[in-house]
Design a protein around this ligand. Sequence first.
Ligand code: FES
Length: 74
Amino acid sequence: MSELGVLGARDRYALALTTEGKREIMGACTCGYSTDPEKNCNGTHNVVKAVKADLAEKLEAAGFPHAAEFVRNN
Ligand code: FES
């Protein structure tokens, strides 16, 4: 289990925004999910990454390894 495993999903998303997100606020968004009106990177990519990891983990635990792999890689 990762060090973030003890945190709930909501905590992980908040952490993604408050730590990594603040460090990476610069330039144009390249992930396509920025919530910034000007489409600059505002750290939203960290939330997307955390949500995808959470989904993949749950899919794998529910017996859908192929779906989990798809979520991780797409
Ligand atoms: S690259 Fe899209 S929000 Fe950071």
